[in-house]
Design a protein around this ligand. Sequence first.
Ligand code: GDP
Length: 484
Amino acid sequence: VASLAARGEPKKDVLLGGLLLPGFDEQSCVSRYQSVYYRKNMTRPPSPHLLRRLRQQEALQRRCGPGTEPYRRASERLRSGQNAGDDFVATVDGCGYLVLISYRGLGNRILAITSAFLYAMLTGRVLLLDPGKTMADLFCEPFQATSWMLPGDFPLEHFRDLGEDAPESYGNVAVNRSGSVAGLRFVYAHLDHAATPANRLLYCDDHRQFLHRVQWVILRTDSYIAPGIFLNPAYKEELDMMFPNKDAVFYLLSRYLLHPTNDVWGMVTRFYHSYLKNADERLGVQIRVFDGDEPFQHILDQILACTSQERLLPGVVVSGHGGGVAPPPIARSKAVLTTGLNSWYHDSIRDMYWRSPSATGEVVSVHQPSHELHQHFFRSTHDMKALAEMYLLSLTDKIVTSGWSTFGYVGAGLGGLTPYIMIKPENHTVPNPPCVRAMSMEPCDHGPPYFECTKKEIDKIIDTGNLVPHVRSCEDVPWGRKLA
Ligand code: GDP
């Protein structure tokens, strides 16, 4: 930070209006203090109530987290099954835990972490992350003097194998055991996007029923569960106070929680300085194809139809004899950051602006950090590239994303950018329209509840997109729900 200030950058509020705390070791996680110099100013300041709740959560994480006496006692209870099903709130420690299982792609995992943190705050639990194979290489610790990583000696050895048929699953406890947790060491919350309706009842748990009696909750989700939580009347008042702007939940929580490690931050900043910084305008284009990893003409056509329709990129002048006559250059430059597993889309767009002049005279450059070809699991360098690219997308001025993609949701949401979403094509044809302007920068929840919490009629599907203000049907996934 000192060096940025020395280079003549005006000093900025690195603590983001109180969202972040001072006192961290700057060198061990420079992104926490530097990112403000790369981002636009905060458009949604944190509310005083959110700040209060964050400080409470930090205190809870410190008091009950790994390495503390309460944590030791709680994990001993979990191991031995002693006092299972007792009221944990009544124990001397008053420490409850939410353990998040890490699975699926990085975009999914980031949405899960951010929204699980919200759920932990609302239910007064310590959030502990399954470190998986790569999490520690990706993110710094968000809390001081404690760790949010689940310790290696966590007593439930096979917790990653839990499935929704488990006797401890929320659906089983709610439906088959009528909420009795007697004899259970923990409850398993299965909120995968394809969870059964019974397991989705967790979205409606008002914590007065049975979950408050359970010290350990193991959560599996690949989704952004925040919109579903907003459908629960039990949390309405609290959420209203925490988030007067309903479209800024991911924006604020991700800035609070997610600080890339120095290695990832180096990848972000080196690329930014080399290819994006000096342009007059930056456009992000996130290309995620669910039909296969090989190039598809209709996807390229869709990207160009979208950027043309929304006037995000100029057309090119093509004459009959290989190359048109350039209009007088207007000294404006536009840097396009493309991300994707395949480099063909990037190469094609770059070629287009190399072979022909742009119709406006703008100088268009096109850059893509990586082309990994296929999605991989459990590889640190692969995940680090993915994270660096989501961050780079968030540093652009405008962004086009691929519908259905959590990778794109994160890129847009982190940047506070309302994306132009390319609707997922059917039958290999360009949809009409090719893209739509999103109603907000919030991610879409792909597995929300579709019953009313007050009625809990799980067999009756209703339109939860009209139940409460601010929770709407997503642009790209009709049964998904998002905050707006
Ligand atoms: P989603 O599948 O689009 O919802 O996004 P996820 O991030 O959950 O999973 C896709 C995974 O594939 C990523 O985490 C990366 O591992 C990989 N991937 C997909 N698109 C890209 C990309 O543009 N760049 C990089 N580096 N990796 C990508």
